[in-house]
Design a protein around this ligand. Sequence first.
Ligand code: SF4
Ligand code: SF4
Length: 449
Amino acid sequence: MSTGTISVEQIARAGVVGAGGAGFPTHVKLSAKADTVLINAAECEPLLHKDKEVLRRHGEGVLAGLGAAMRLVGAARGIVGIKNKYTDVIAKLRPMLGPGMDIAALGDAYPAGDEFIMVHEVLGRVIPPGGLPPDVGAVVLNVETALNVALAGDRPVTHTYLTVGGAVANPVTLCAPVGTPMSQCVAAAGGPTCGPANYIVGGVMMGYIEDNHDAVVDKTTGGIIVLPDDHVVVRRRRQDWKQIVRIGRSACDQCSFCTELCPRWLLGHPIEPHRAMRSLAFNLVGEADVRGTSFCCECNLCSLYSCPEDLDPKNVCSQNKRRIAAQGKRWQGPPFDPRRSELHLPNRKAPTHRLMQKLGLTGFVNVGPMVDEPLAPRRVGIKLKQHVGAPCEPAVAVGAHLRVGDVVGRVPVKDSKPALGAPVHASIDGTVTAIDATTVWIEAGCTSR
Ligand code: SF4
Ligand code: SF4
């Protein structure tokens, strides 16, 4: 692995995207200028262990990616933000740190992994509402993204790491070819120990329930948490919007705990979820008085932790946020108040153990050791959109024989310019057996039609 010469173009060709969120194309992120690159290893979602396990196993590669990113954005500093409880991983990383690199040991709280919180925690800088880390001189990369940057000169992104935890026999962190069915990942963790099983993809706080257990993992899938039907998290997540409004309208007593503990409000951003809840009583969701909901990061802390009535301000905020965005309205209010972050944020973090108690997760085995051998599915589905931006166009036809790493979907070009996006690649050797509107299907060892 030689990272001294890795270019933004190589990173773009390798299809590297943010592995811990929406999948923002990394080559675009690394075209910015910044004084500091942060590796976000806070991993605050309960029961997820992927980032720490990847760092433990591939620390040298992650730091090589950090070094490459620092060079590309012109940063003199590179910092790995990781929870201080992972002393063994920190001890392993320290001797490998390159020039300008350091480790920031973080407390065990949620949402330490939110990049706004991470930038404030590590650098003491507040990203303004609606802003991005480069606005305050920082670039933030996920752990696996940094590893993929380091490998971009040798191979494209064909595999992803994910933790499978919760109600499974053996919680693990797996390496799976992109496009592996989720049911195979859960089977590799010993299978569900409950029935019927619910798959929460991405984490119990910010993820989503996937009812199609043969849906496939993509470059951004960081975890699958399996929970039974009667688990509180599942019941809360299966509430429909009409229930949320009806109960919220009658039961919210405007105590404002949701606002007082909201991490974005604590950063000084103009978001007040209790006001969004108040708007339910006046059928005002989406109106001007709750426009600050545009700055909700959907961390779910207000709904799953703060609210004593178990109401759902997060969904009220996110519904409102989407409607405002669709109307093209923007926040026009007074400047935000960054002093709030100094006054209140340090004392109002949600400790992970309390969050896990509240969510009924303390009964699950909370480990996810890395399994060395990658999964070997017989069939994979390579989604044409695994990133922020335009979906890829298929670059292959049914019957094509592919090797791991061959381009399967390319970024569309408009007016001679590539759209925002990232190419996708074959993750197993095999033959293309079907192409539908969203996915290219490849079967291992299949003969040509
Ligand atoms: S914490 Fe719950 S009850 Fe209190 S204002 Fe917020 S939504 Fe209403
Ligand atoms: S989900 Fe709730 S706590 Fe999180 S940012 Fe939005 S309003 Fe604040």
